[in-house]
Design a protein around this ligand. Structure first.
Ligand code: SAM
Length: 289
């Protein structure tokens, strides 16, 4: 099977198997070898690595990964792609394809089984409709991983690496930055895919911290607090938190916590750093008191 990552061979495979694109699965296949090489380079894949690829499609990036990694595990939801993958990946004995919804896979168990619990790397051109649940699932389920290098919608990449006071800053920025150091590696235009997506794309690398930059009494409470703070962006932080019943935060308590942190009672969530959210979370959380 010829190498994919160019329009001619991609169209030939699609025709051979009379493949119908499924819009609901966010199928946009890469057809630019230059971009594929840059992704592999950004992910720093070596022959020591066990790589998880989410959504291999017809196996384009999988071929590149198989050349560079020790082992590749590729999870694809669309069963009509499985016979195609058997064909396009027939030259490689270090690839395992799993026909499953990534959100239902126990990735921690997979990493334990395939990599002895050592950190894996995730490399993927993600289906954009589930970018956030995939990333949060990887972090929150404490899968041992060293980095996640992914193609996402450009706007989502911007959100992940934004800081306080910017319009893109929000719950996703804070959640990602709690676990990893984000770095946008390259922008990718719609012309690099078949079919062309309606949005610009970017490759972002999230390098997992060995130790999180802040520590809190209760992680779950911190994330509930962050979500509440951005739920009603135009409201003051005090009102947003008091309105969120699951936080069980009284107005007086929130005001006094803000005072202790030398923050204005009129401040909005979008102005707080991760460190300030962590401190506020420990003030308000009743766990362990
Ligand atoms: N990696 C290929 C490439 O770069 O050409 C295809 C990328 S395409 C943007 C996203 C892929 O993810 C599709 O093959 C799609 O079928 C698959 N996919 C969508 N939802 C999925 C899910 N929940 N679990 C696993 N794969 C999924």
């Amino acid at each position: 099977m010829a190498q994919l990552g160019n329009p001619t061979n991609t169209i030939e495979v699609l025709k051979k198997y009379q493949f119908n694109f499924q819009k609901r699965y966010g199928q946009n296949f890469l057809i630019d070898s230059h971009i594929l090489e840059k992704i592999i380079e950004a992910a720093e894949v070596t022959k020591d690595d066990c790589v998880l690829e989410i959504g291999p499609g017809i196996g384009t990036m999988t071929q590149y990964l198989a050349e560079h990694a020790r082992e590749v595990i590729a999870v694809e939801i669309d069963k009509s792609l499985i016979p195609i993958l058997e064909d396009t990946l027939s030259a490689y004995d270090n690839v395992t394809v799993i026909n499953e919804d990534i959100l239902k896979v126990d990735i921690a168990a997979l990493a334990a089984e395939r990599n002895g619990g050592r950190p894996i790397k995730v490399v993927a051109n993600l289906p954009y409709y589930i970018t956030t649940p995939i990333i949060m699932g990887l972090f929150e389920s404490h899968v041992p991983l060293s980095s996640i290098t992914i193609m996402v919608q450009k706007e989502v990449a911007d959100r992940m690496q934004s800081g306080p006071g910017t319009k893109d800053y929000g719950a996703l920025s804070l959640a990602v930055q709690y676990y990893a150091k984000p770095e946008v590696m390259l922008n990718v235009s719609p012309g690099c895919f078949i079919p062309r997506p309606n949005v610009g794309s970017a490759v972002i690398r999230l390098a997992r911290y060995e130790k999180n930059p802040v520590s809190v009494k209760d992680e779950e409470y911190l994330f509930a607090l962050i979500r509440a703070a951005f739920n009603q962006r135009r409201k003051t932080l005090v009102n947003s938190l008091v309105n969120a019943k699951n936080l069980k935060a009284e107005k007086e308590e929130v005001l006094s916590a803000l005072e202790k942190l030398s923050l204005s009672p009129m401040i909005r969530g979008e102005a707080l750093t991760l460190e300030q959210f962590a401190a506020l979370s420990d003030f308000l959380c009743k766990k362990g008191d």
